[in-house]
Design a protein around this ligand. Sequence first.
Ligand code: GNR
Ligand code: NI
Length: 179
Amino acid sequence: MAILNILVAPDERLKQEAQPVEKVDAEIQKLMDDMLDTMYDAPGIGLAAPQVGVLKRVIVVDIANTEEGEKPNPIKLANPEIVAESEEFSVYQEGCLSLPNFFEDVERPAKITVKGLNEKNEEVTFEADGLLATCIQHEMDHLNGTLFVDHISRLKRSRILTKLTKIKAQLAKHKQQQL
Ligand code: GNR
Ligand code: NI
């Protein structure tokens, strides 16, 4: 159990392609559990390993609304692949823990079939739609160095990244004054 530091864009590590996992062993299981702790703490509905500085193809997702009494439903996946997607698209207003406090509409396939390795290193295949489909695609983008701002206009993207650069510079200055 550990809460990891979440990288905020712009950061080169968020633009790298993550490497496949050879096997879901104890080390990857611990990574998955630490990522879930970090995601619930944030809070968020998904997290990809590159967001915590680990360039491995590992994602976790839980879209259950526990504040509404739903029981947690964590999904842990290594080497996720989309093996089928609907022709129909849907639009969600997306957020990202690596782009804190920014939200924009993104269009993605409404329904997907996902294949990957679960926490027991078993191959699993399942269908997802609605918010779950959006979230899994958002997490898989992170494994390829893509953020949701890469799906919106260049103007909106540069405004968001400029603001985050300034916020990060301010934070760094503040921390230095505390030393
Ligand atoms: O917490 C998150 N919410 C969210 C909302 C709409 C679409 C995608 C997401 S994922 C995001 C957490 C995150 O940054 N995952 O990478
Ligand atoms: Ni994200």
